[in-house]
Design a protein. Structure first.
Length: 216
């Protein structure tokens, strides 16, 4: 049966997080299609992965017999994350925008799983694995929006996931998530609600479509 790797990175729990809510809709639809399948869930806010250290980096270029205990331990933790990615039939990533970028915990996960000579470089050990990214944001950075030039999340993730890891990426973008909380954005609430409804619908549809494709 299919395995889904589900990565959450929002610091907010449950319904307080748009990325978690929409990713949850995807996962629910996925599990309906794969009731016997496996879901590996990494909550990077609750259980952050280590940031890359010199030991974790240099271990790959050091013969196993010559690694220090620090290198061995750091690299083992890195390999665990890499193997989860390699074994997944599909990946779901919740990536809220924080200060125009992704959460540092998600960046740490990416730094761990991008390993030149294994997952990255001339070949990719997870080549072609489908990935759905829920990229939520408090405002709008769509073409034509005042802050269009501050959209760094989609550009970055599209590049790093496709070029560095060779994955097949799709995005779901719930936006204007701060509208219900910021009085100055109150007139944008209908647009936020429409964006949220579309994102939830899109998430369920993509999950079903992907499940059917993998089962074919």
């Amino acid at each position: 049966m299919a395995t889904l790797l589900h990565i959450d990175s929002s610091v907010f729990p449950g319904e307080a997080s748009s990325s978690r809510s929409v990713a949850g809709a995807f996962r629910e639809a996925w599990e309906e299609q794969h009731p016997e399948g496996t879901v590996i869930h990494r909550d990077l806010a609750a259980d952050p992965v280590p940031h890359i250290t010199a030991a974790a980096h240099t271990a790959w270029y050091t013969a196993k017999s010559e690694r220090t205990p620090e290198q061995s331990a750091a690299f083992a933790a890195r390999v665990e994350l890499i193997e989860e990615l390699e074994q997944a039939d599909a990946v779901l990533i919740g990536a809220p925008m924080y200060n125009f970028s992704i959460p540092s915990t998600l960046k740490a996960w990416l730094d761990n799983v991008i390993l030149v000579g294994r997952t990255s470089g001339e070949s990719h050990s997870a080549q072609g694995t489908p990935v759905v990214v829920v990229a939520s944001r408090g405002g709008s950075y769509a073409p034509g929006a005042p802050r269009e030039g501050c959209e760094f999340v989609l550009n970055y993730l599209d590049t790093v996931l496709t070029v560095s890891l060779g994955l097949d990426v799709e995005f779901i973008v719930p936006e204007l998530t701060m509208a219900p909380r910021v009085p100055a954005m109150s007139e944008l609430i209908p647009l936020y609600e429409a964006s949220r409804t579309l994102a939830l619908t899109d998430a369920a549809a993509k999950a079903k479509e992907l499940a059917e494709r993998l089962a074919a």
